[in-house]
Design a protein around this ligand. Structure first.
Ligand code: AMP
Ligand code: MG
Length: 401
């Protein structure tokens, strides 16, 4: 049986980044940049003023100066270059006129008609934002692998870019298995339950950039599985739930094999989620997640989200575990690492800052307990071993999105 790390590396080794496409800026939020990009202009594009005030020759200060014109933002001064003892009124973002080498803020001056009095010495270059001081032409404006958020969109727009080269988003098929499953809205017959993994995986995938096709629930017959998997295998990723254990009606791995899926692992030393399977058919990744809803969720976070992020070119795609301290003792599992559902309290709230996370295990840690899991804020990792971890022990935990 593989460890969680070995299983994750197997997934990572078999993921290749998807092709690059050009994405309109307004749709690029959340995407990953496929290559370095340069802007169309340097930033700022010209020497400009950082203050409202007067553009002057620093050598003329202190002293009285004649105001010879104005440079407003978007409306540069176009008179003759500044000569001795002259000044140009300037606004923040205005172009520094020829001959000026400093800006003196309006609050450091006194004005009388078309004369301005500068009482103090002014440093050369004061309050000037030189062209290219944010980024020069030829330097990359954004770097490959960057996740495009508001600041990256702002920088791209400042650089005049209408589109960004991004990795294409993965197309993901979700299929659930189980004769007992019914879609929401239908009445439940004896022994039936609602298909909760379908909607849950749909939501989880959207937060990971997946373009989801819901194939629906397949009954536990070879024909129903074959039909569902054939359709699903047309996608970049297939995610099934259920039918990967050793029961009589667990058909996912057999049907996968029959359809040409090469299995790379089955079973991971993990609770919940041990019977997860992973394989490939050509470039399609095939995840067989166990059917218990909490197992499905845990396996999604440990293996599927990382795979999707890696396909999109994210350099940091592994689960973002942080450190927390157990708020109560936890019994360990001798064979498998346990990912228990926890609420997260914070030690203190001082000066607008959170303290450190205290992990409070929920009561009800079985893999069918999705309602209890809905109250969890994280998954704490309890390493396999004997005895228990005492309250106060530091462990890794993964915040749930
Ligand atoms: P399986 O992995 O197929 O043996 O299923 C394990 C447990 O998870 C059984 O109790 C199933 O009824 C349940 N289960 C399987 N698929 C789903 C699903 N899509 N939604 C909710 N529960 C499920
Ligand atoms: Mg089943």
């Amino acid at each position: 049986m593989l460890s969680i790390e070995e299983a994750l590396e197997t997934v990572a080794d078999n993921v290749s980044p998807l092709e690059t496409e050009s994405v309109r800026l307004q749709h690029a939020h959340g995407r990953f940049l496929a290559e370095d990009v340069e802007g169309r202009v340097e930033l700022p594009p010209f020497d400009g003023s950082a203050m409202d005030g007067y553009a002057i020759r620093s050598a003329d200060a202190p002293g009285p100066l004649n105001i010879i014109g104005e440079s407003a933002a978007g409306f540069p001064y176009n008179g003759p270059a500044l000569s001795a003892r002259t000044a140009v009124t300037i606004s923040t973002g205005g172009v520094i006129p020829e001959g000026a080498d400093a800006v003196v803020p309006v609050e450091d001056t006194t004005v009388d008609g078309d004369r301005v009095w500068v009482p103090n010495v002014v440093e050369r270059d004061a309050h000037i934002r030189p062209a290219g001081s944010d980024i020069e032409l030829g330097e990359p404006l954004l770097l490959a692998g960057a996740r495009i958020g508001p600041a990256q969109i702002g920088a791209a727009a400042a650089g005049g870019l209408r589109e960004l080269p991004c990795r294409r988003l993965p197309r993901v098929a979700v299929l659930t298995t189980g004769t007992e499953l019914r879609p929401i809205g239908e009445p439940l017959g004896p022994g039936q339950i609602y298909d909760s993994n379908g909607p849950m995986l749909d939501a989880a995938l959207r937060t990971a950039g997946g373009i989801v096709e819901l194939i629906g629930a397949a009954a536990d017959t070879p024909d129903a599985h074959r039909e569902a998997f054939e359709r699903a295998l047309q996608h970049d990723v297939v995610i099934s739930s259920g039918g990967v254990s050793v029961g009589e009606h667990d058909l996912v791995r057999d049907i996968g094999r029959e359809l040409g899926v090469r299995e790379l692992f089955w079973r991971v030393a993990l609770r919940p989620g041990k019977p997860i399977s992973f394989g490939m058919r050509d470039r399609t990744l095939v995840f067989g997640l166990p059917g218990n809803p909490v197992s499905t969720l845990v396996c999604f976070e440990l293996f599927v989200r990382p795979a999707l992020l890696s396909m999109q070119g994210a350099p940091e795609f592994r689960p973002a575990f942080g450190a927390g301290v157990l708020g109560s003792s936890v019994r360990r599992n001798p064979q498998r690492d346990d990912l228990i559902r926890v609420q997260v309290a914070w030690t203190s709230l001082k000066a607008g800052r959170r303290g450190s996370p205290v992990l409070l295990p929920l009561v009800g840690q079985q893999s069918h307990q999705i309602a209890i899991t809905a109250r969890a804020e994280g998954l704490a990792r309890i390493p396999a071993g004997t005895g228990e971890l005492a309250a106060g022990t530091e462990v890794s935990y993964l915040p749930l999105q």
